[in-house]
Design a binder for this molecule. Structure first.
Ligand code: SGN
Ligand code: CA
Length: 537
C-alpha cells in the first residue's frame, strides 16, 4: 500500500502542474476591437493598461488571425475549431448555427467542466453546451440592454452594456463559489464593445476630446490595382453616416434625415430622460457647431474622382469624421479596459488568477482609417488580424511575445488540451499549448513548434451584403499574401509582399518578377484547401 502511494506521488510529480489541477478558463472576446486600439500592440492611439496587464503577466501573440472576419462566422470557428465551410456558419445574413454539432463547450462539459456564456452570441440558434447563459439578442444594445435568459425570459438591465456583462460574469463565478462548486469552469465573456456605432458610457463622453489622432499612412488610398477594394461601401468619407456613426443630431427638425437616422434614434431612445440629457449635453452642442459650419451638403466624391484630396472641403470633412470616429471608439475601448481590469481584480482577490487561463481576444480586427475605411471583412492585415493575449495558469511558463501564426480555430483544441480532454480528429485548428509551456515543453512540443504552420487559410462569404465586400479566399504566409476575389462581378487575384509593402497598396499579381513566388503560393493555397476540405477551389 505504502509503495503504491509513493508510486502514485511520483507519477503525479511528472504530470505538469496545469494538468494536475485542471485550470479554469476565462475567455473574454470583444466585438470589433482591433489591435491598433490596444496599447500593448500599438501606442499611437489609446492606453489600455488592463488589457496590457494580461500581456505583461502572460503572452502576446504577434501573428493572430481569424478564419473569416465577421462576427457570427468567427464565433462559430471559435466554438468548433473548424473553418466556416465545415461548421456551416459562413455569414451573418443567412446563417443559423447548427447547435447540435460538436462544439468545444460541449466537449469541455463532457470532460467535467462547468461552462457559461454571457453577452453577445449572434449565432441565431439557442446556445448549446453551456450550463448557464445570458445573451444579448442579435447585436444587442449599449444602453439599458435587453438580455435573453436560458429559461426564455427577457429582461432589460439598467446601465451600460460593458459593465453589465462584467457584473454578470462576476455574479456567475460568485454563485458557483457560494454553492461550493468544485468543478473547473470555462466562462465565455462576450462583449458588445466596440461594435458600431461606438456609443460611449455616459461617464466617458468627454474622454479623448482634446486628442487629435494621427492619420494612418494609407488613409488616402486610391485602391488602384485592387478592384474589390475600390468597390466597397466602408469608406469613412462616403459611407459613414453623419447621424448614426458620428452622432451629429440636434433634433428631428434641425437635423437632416439620413438613411440610418431611425436606427440612431432607436439606440439612444433607450436612455432614460436624465441619461438622455447627459448624452445631449455632450453631442448636441457639437452637432450644432457642425451643421452651422458645414451645412448639410457634403456628398463625398468617390476616391477615383477626387483629383486632389488634400486641401479640399472633402478632405477637411473627411478628417473631421475620422477624428469623431476615433474619439468615440477610443471611449468605448476605455470602458472595456476598465471592466476587464475589474474582472481581473476580482479573479485575483478570489485567488483564482493563478489557476486560470485568461484569454483576451476579439471576433476580428477593424479598420481605423487604414485605406480610408471603417469595418472589417477583408483579408488585408487590419481585419485578418485579431488581438490575442493570454494570462497563463501556473505551469505554463512561457512569457513575452509568441510570433508563430495562430488562428481562432486553434482556441477549441487549446482549451480541450488544457482540460486534458481528447481533441477530436475533425477539429481543424491546433492546440497552442506547445507554444506556451516554456521550460516544461517536451520533445514532442518542441517538434510541434519546429513544424508550426507556415500559412493561414482565410475565406469570407458575405456578399451581396452591407459594405459590399466581395467574397474571397486566400493564404497568408510569414511574408506574402495571395487572395482570390470571386463571384458576381469580380474574378481577381491579388498578391502582396508584406515585407516591402506592409500597407498592401501594391498588388503584384502577374508581375514577371513575382511569378515563381506566385506559383508557390498557388500550390500552398491549393494544398490548404485540400487539407481543410474546402469545396470552393
Ligand atoms: C451591422 C453593422 C455593420 C457591420 C455588421 C457586422 N451595421 O450590420 O456595419 O459590418 O453589423 O458586424 S449597423 O448599421 O447595424 O451598425 S459583426 O461584427 O456583427 O459581424
Ligand atoms: Ca465583430
Amino acid at each position: 500500500m505504502k509503495r503504491e502511494t509513493s508510486l502514485t506521488l511520483m507519477a503525479v510529480a511528472q504530470i505538469p502542474l496545469w494538468a494536475q489541477v485542471r485550470p479554469n478558463i476565462v475567455y473574454i472576446m470583444t466585438d470589433d476591437h482591433t489591435a491598433q486600439m490596444m496599447s500593448c500592440y500599438d501606442t499611437r492611439f489609446v492606453e489600455t493598461p488592463n488589457l496590457d496587464r494580461i500581456a505583461r503577466d502572460g503572452v502576446r501573440f504577434t501573428h493572430s488571425y481569424v478564419a473569416n472576419s465577421l462576427s457570427g462566422p468567427s464565433r462559430a470557428c471559435m466554438l468548433t475549431g473548424k473553418h466556416s465551410h465545415k461548421n456551416g456558419f459562413t455569414n451573418n445574413e443567412h446563417g443559423i448555427f447548427d447547435g447540435s454539432q460538436q462544439t468545444m463547450p460541449k466537449l469541455l462539459q463532457a470532460a467535467g467542466y462547468e461552462t457559461a456564456l454571457i453577452g453577445k452570441w449572434h449565432l441565431v440558434s439557442t446556445p448549446t453546451g453551456f450550463s448557464h447563459w445570458e445573451i444579448l439578442p442579435a447585436q444587442g444594445d449599449y444602453y439599458n440592454p435587453l438580455f435573453i435568459h436560458q429559461d426564455g425570459s427577457r429582461q432589460v438591465d439598467s446601465g451600460y452594456v460593458t459593465r453589465i456583462i462584467t457584473d454578470k460574469a462576476i455574479q456567475w463565478i460568485e454563485r458557483r463559489e457560494k454553492d461550493g462548486e468544485r468543478k473547473p469552469f470555462a466562462l465565455f465573456v462576450h462583449h458588445k464593445a466596440c461594435h458600431r456605432a461606438w456609443l460611449p458610457a455616459l461617464e466617458d463622453l468627454r474622454l479623448y476630446e482634446d486628442k487629435t489622432f494621427p492619420l494612418p499612412p494609407e488613409f488616402h488610398d486610391d485602391y488602384s490595382s485592387r478592384e474589390a477594394a475600390g468597390k466597397t461601401e466602408m469608406e469613412i468619407g462616403r459611407h459613414m453616416d453623419i447621424v448614426y456613426d458620428t452622432k451629429m443630431f440636434v433634433s428631428r427638425e434641425e437635423t437632416p434625415r439620413t438613411r440610418l437616422t431611425p436606427d440612431y434614434l432607436r439606440m439612444i431612445g433607450r436612455l432614460s430622460k436624465e441619461e438622455r440629457q447627459q448624452y445631449d449635453d455632450f453631442y448636441v452642442p457639437l452637432s450644432r457647431t457642425f451643421y452651422k459650419q458645414w451645412g448639410t451638403d457634403y456628398n463625398f466624391l468617390p476616391r477615383q474622382q477626387q483629383s486632389c484630396v488634400e486641401g479640399s472641403r472633402d478632405a477637411e470633412l473627411l478628417e473631421w469624421k475620422y477624428q469623431r470616429y476615433m474619439r468615440d471608439y477610443a471611449k468605448v475601448v476605455h470602458e472595456l479596459d476598465v471592466q476587464v481590469g475589474r474582472l481581473l481584480d476580482y479573479l485575483e482577490d478570489k485567488g483564482l488568477l493563478e489557476n486560470t487561463l485568461v484569454v483576451y481576444t476579439s471576433d476580428q480586427g477593424f479598420y481605423m482609417g487604414e485605406h480610408g475605411w471603417f469595418d472589417k471583412r477583408f483579408m488585408y492585415e487590419e481585419s485578418l488580424s485579431t488581438p490575442l493575449v493570454m494570462r497563463l495558469p501556473k505551469g505554463l511558463e512561457r512569457r513575452g511575445t509568441v510570433d508563430e501564426m495562430v488562428q481562432n480555430i486553434d482556441y477549441a483544441p487549446t482549451f480541450l488540451d488544457l482540460a486534458g480532454a481528447p481533441i477530436p480528429d475533425d477539429i481543424q485548428g491546433v492546440s497552442l499549448l506547445p507554444l506556451l509551456k516554456g521550460k516544461a515543453a517536451s520533445k514532442e512540443d518542441k517538434q510541434a513548434v519546429r513544424h508550426w504552420r507556415d500559412a493561414v487559410y482565410y475565406h469570407y462569404y458575405e456578399y451581396p451584403a452591407e459594405h459590399d465586400v466581395r467574397r474571397h479566399y486566400g493564404i497568408r504566409t510569414d511574408r506574402y499574401k495571395l487572395i482570390h476575389f470571386y463571384g458576381h462581378d469580380v474574378n481577381a487575384w491579388e498578391l502582396f509582399d508584406l515585407k516591402h509593402d506592409p500597407y498592401e497598396l501594391h498588388n503584384l499579381y502577374g508581375q514577371p518578377a513575382m511569378l515563381q513566388v506566385q506559383r508557390q503560393l498557388h500550390r500552398r493555397l491549393e494544398e490548404l484547401q485540400i487539407q481543410y476540405d474546402d469545396p470552393q477551389r
